[in-house]
Write a protein that binds this ligand. Structure first.
Ligand code: SF4
Length: 394
């Protein structure tokens, strides 16, 4: 891995691309779109980005919403829909120099087609495929199977999360359907846009936290395709729920701590922080014994006010349990209360990635061996690139 490509990925993930002038698609930029047309406004995980590829080096989910890119010196003059485009660097006095050329990952062609359930042909309006799932990056079919979250109901949701926003704006279905996801995947396969799955969900009431809701989806996918599946769960109260996911066919699992230490958990994830750390540790250990080495990950957000020392503590905690820290810069997503990433600059983020990658290397963990999910996709994090640099230059 070229170290400068790793640093470039960290830079674009942290700064985002700032739109210098509003696009005027019909007048001077025939290939241009609006920010909302290419980035999802809400939903689980890092929303508000656009998928790009840099040479043959990496793919990235680059922030483009206004509130994420204020102050960014990386500038685009139109939002691309597909193909290559230039990013400019802005210097003092406003002077722009061409910086790098990226390639915009195009959306699949079938997003606006309608899905009609076979048993209800003629009595139903049909659902646009884009409301069933999305292709993240080049080849990850991703969906939120249950868009509601118990913490939103009592106002204790994580302050960086927009999972329920996409229900409010009508851009998705509140509950997904396994047969519809199979139909979406058949379409994606025809366009060579699927190699693995990421399934996520809000946290639900009950001892399984919603984990068992994945089972019919995983069984449907595994019954029709050979692609590996990743699911994301809150710590469960009985390990038998993880067994059920394993026997349904799940290959890789995310059990997300989100942030650390406890004071940060309480501040940024008030509802989820009621789950004791011990429950995470028990779930991680059991999941590693079940799904295997390199198949358990945890999102670890950076820029929520944690010090470098606290970040190191979080990485130690995860790596010591055999969990891959999926290090992601926190973004201020619209309509959430998290307003600004608190890191001083992308150089600090580079240091954090290098530290996490060194600890992974010491522990013999390899993100590139993840079979499915966010670690395999890697668009939202530079942990894979950092790991490759550290493996090459230990
Ligand atoms: S890493 Fe990939 S699969 Fe995961 S949320 Fe980001 S884009 Fe989606």
């Amino acid at each position: 891995m070229d170290p400068s490509a790793f640093e470039l990925k960290v830079e674009v993930l942290f700064k985002g691309f700032r739109l210098e002038a509003p696009p005027t698609p019909s007048i001077d930029e025939p290939g241009a779109a609006t920010i909302d047309a290419v980035s999802r406004k809400g939903g689980a995980g890092p929303a508000g980005g656009m998928f790009v590829v840099y040479e043959d080096k990496f793919q990235a989910n680059v922030p483009i919403q206004d509130q994420m890119t204020r102050g960014s010196d990386l500038v685009i003059n139109a939002v691309p829909t597909s193909g290559s485009f230039d990013v400019f660097k802005q210097h003092g006095g406003g002077k722009l120099d061409t910086y790098k050329t990226f390639w915009k990952v195009p959306p699949p062609s079938f997003y606006d087609e309608l899905y009609l359930p076979k048993d209800r042909l003629g009595i139903w309006d049909g659902i646009p495929f884009r409301k069933i799932a999305l292709v993240h990056g080049t080849d990850c079919v991703a969906t939120t199977i249950n868009q509601s979250c118990k913490y939103w109901r009592c106002g204790t949701q994580c302050d960086f999360c927009a999972i329920e926003e996409s229900m409010r704006d009508g851009s998705t279905m509140p509950l997904k359907d396994p047969a519809a996801l199979v139909a979406f995947t058949e379409k994606a396969r025809a366009e060579k846009r699927v190699k693995h799955f990421t399934l996520t969900s809000g946290t639900q009431d009950g001892p399984d936290g919603g984990a068992l809701e994945y089972v019919p989806f995983v069984e449907a996918l595994k019954g029709n395709f050979k692609y590996p599946v990743h699911v994301q769960v809150a710590p469960v109260s009985k390990t038998e729920y993880l067994d059920k996911l394993y026997y349904a066919g799940v290959d890789n699992v995310g059990i997300h701590l989100e942030t650390f230490p406890e004071a940060n958990r309480r501040m940024h994830t008030p509802g989820k922080s009621e789950i004791p750390l011990k429950a995470f540790e028990k779930n991680w250990d059991y999941a590693v014994s079940l799904f295997g080495e390199n198949q358990v990950e945890s999102y670890l957000l950076v820029g929520l006010g944690e010090t470098f020392l606290e970040f190191k503590g979080a990485v130690d905690l995860l790596v010591d349990h055999g969990v891959i820290p999926f290090v992601v810069p926190a973004r201020p997503i619209k309509n959430t209360s998290f307003e600004k990433n608190k890191l001083g600059g992308h150089e600090e983020l580079v240091q954090r990635y290098v530290h996490a990658a060194k600890r992974l290397h010491e522990q013999g963990l390899k993100p590139e061996k993840a079979l499915a999910g966010c670690v395999r996709c890697g668009a939202c994090s530079a942990i894979q690139e950092a790991a490759r640099v550290v493996q090459q230059y230990p």
